[in-house]
Design a protein around this ligand. Structure first.
Ligand SMILES: NC(=O)c1ccc[n+]([C@@H]2O[C@H](COP(=O)([O-])OP(=O)(O)OC[C@H]3O[C@@H](n4cnc5c(N)ncnc54)[C@H](OP(=O)(O)O)[C@@H]3O)[C@@H](O)[C@H]2O)c1
Length: 290
């Protein structure tokens, strides 16, 4: 499979390195200083805060060439428009592996509806200079599958081929028939969480303010109520069904946990803030359209 990985930040670099190590024909598209660093040193990976840095010599490109079997896009929500423009004339199916609450229609309108697939990266980390520090994988995190789906939910031969190809590289991908609802559910939860954490100055500071946690829960509930489908996964329905006091206590416990401290929530970047703002706009537009 000839594969282009579009976006050489945390998730794109990690994914490209894994696919390259598994022997696939991968190119990683980068820009600016990241392009220079990748050309010089390849993808540099480290687990957690560990000192060991692995170098993976993934081929790097500045522009897409004529066509690919698959293009995987790993950019921030607010960066998608520019990517769509540059992919309009490039052949190949396009799998968007990113936060996106606007549904597949706008993507398809720009590059052709038949080319679009949706998904979400479930492994992540942070950039430490040129080094991608990915989260340590444990028994539980290895079991969290990367959902990938067709916009209409069908299990097509191309979807099965993609899932199988990713699995050969040790990526635990899984076909998800309700991918657009999955992404909207995720945004319904992540936007209030991310914005409340940023406003408070970190997860632990937010945990110390029960009123702010209550306000965040209220927004999550509003977002979930505005969805035209039940949440995916269904477990997110608990955010609407369980008593407020119980949920505020559980969210505060999570915000104080090492998981929250190491999740990247506490280190907001301008790109994260801009992404959350664009996702919030997408949620508002979807709610307004109902
Ligand atoms: N990081 C995580 O732990 C994690 C986990 C799960 C899901 N996600 C989601 O996955 C998506 C990707 O996240 P990420 O952490 O990989 O983001 P990131 O580290 O910010 O990487 C995005 C990369 O794409 C590049 N890019 C953007 N537009 C481009 C363009 N037009 N041409 C070339 N390169 C372009 C950016 O370059 P510039 O820096 O020059 O803009 C950056 O290198 C996001 O939706 C994020 O929320 C992230």
């Amino acid at each position: 499979m000839k594969l282009l990985v579009y976006g050489a930040g945390v998730c794109g670099s990690l994914f490209a390195a894994r696919m390259h190590k598994a022997g696939h024909d991968v190119s990683l598209l980068a820009r600016g200083e990241r392009l220079t660093a990748l050309r010089r040193q390849g993808v540099r990976l480290a687990e957690g805060n560990g000192p060991a840095v692995e170098r993976v010599p993934v081929p790097v490109v500045e522009h897409p060439d004529g066509g690919y079997d698959l293009i995987t896009v790993f950019v921030r929500t607010h960066q998608v428009d520019a990517v769509l423009e540059s992919l309009a004339g490039v052949r190949g199916d396009v799998l968007f592996l990113l936060n996106w609450a606007a549904g597949p229609e706008t993507l398809g309108a720009a590059i052709g509806h038949g080319r679009v697939l949706l998904g979400f990266p479930t492994t992540g980390g942070t950039m430490d200079g040129d080094v991608v520090r990915h989260r340590r994988s444990g028994f539980l995190t290895r079991r969290v599958a990367m959902p990938v789906g067709e916009p209409d939910g069908r299990t097509t031969p191309r979807l099965l081929r993609i899932v199988e190809t990713f699995r050969t590289a040790g990526i635990n991908a899984e076909a998800e028939p309700r991918m657009a609802a999955w992404l909207r559910t995720h945004a319904a939860f992540e936007v209030p969480l991310g914005q409340a954490v940023h406003a408070a100055g970190g997860p632990a500071a937010l945990a110390d303010d029960p009123d702010a946690v209550g306000g965040m829960l209220h927004l999550m509930r509003q977002n979930l109520t505005a969805m035209e489908t039940p949440p995916v996964p269904r477990a997110f329905g608990a955010l609407r069904a369980l008593p407020q006091g119980l949920l505020v206590a559980a969210l505060r416990r999570f915000l104080k946990s090492p998981t929250a401290a190491h999740s990247g929530l506490g280190a907001p970047s301008p790109a994260t803030a801009a992404e959350l703002e664009r996702l919030a706009e997408q949620l508002r537009a979807a709610a307004g359209a109902r």
